[in-house]
Design a protein. Structure first.
Ligand SMILES: [Zn+2]
Length: 102
């Protein structure tokens, strides 16, 4: 009687070593980082900056984004106190550079 040769059991490669783990974390962070950056953008912050921030320090950025105060459409120039766009890098009235705050 012939014993059928057991087919070599090849378990699915679930983990491809530490590199696979690192890659999974990076991909997860890339996706997760969208959330705080969208919250921050809704509150008038730079989405790109917040995306980088979220990617590097996701838990901090997430909590930070929840506590951000929404910026008004117009804010006052710190120098001449005239209303300017929150997106302006320089005051159109006096030319003062706006300090970018996260
Ligand atoms: Zn000004």
């Amino acid at each position: 009687m012939e014993t059928p040769a057991a087919p070599p059991a090849t378990p699915p490669a679930e983990s491809s070593g530490p590199m696979g783990y690192v890659l999974a974390v990076v991909v997860a962070l890339l996706l997760l980082a969208i959330l705080p950056s969208m919250i921050a953008q809704e509150k008038g912050r730079s989405m790109k900056t917040w995306y980088a921030y979220s990617f590097l320090a996701f838990p901090v950025a997430l909590i930070h984004s929840f506590f951000l105060k929404a910026r008004e459409e117009q804010e006052k120039c710190s120098k001449c106190k005239k209303p300017i766009s929150v997106l302006a890098l320089e005051c159109p009235h006096c030319g003062a550079r706006m300090v970018f705050d996260i």
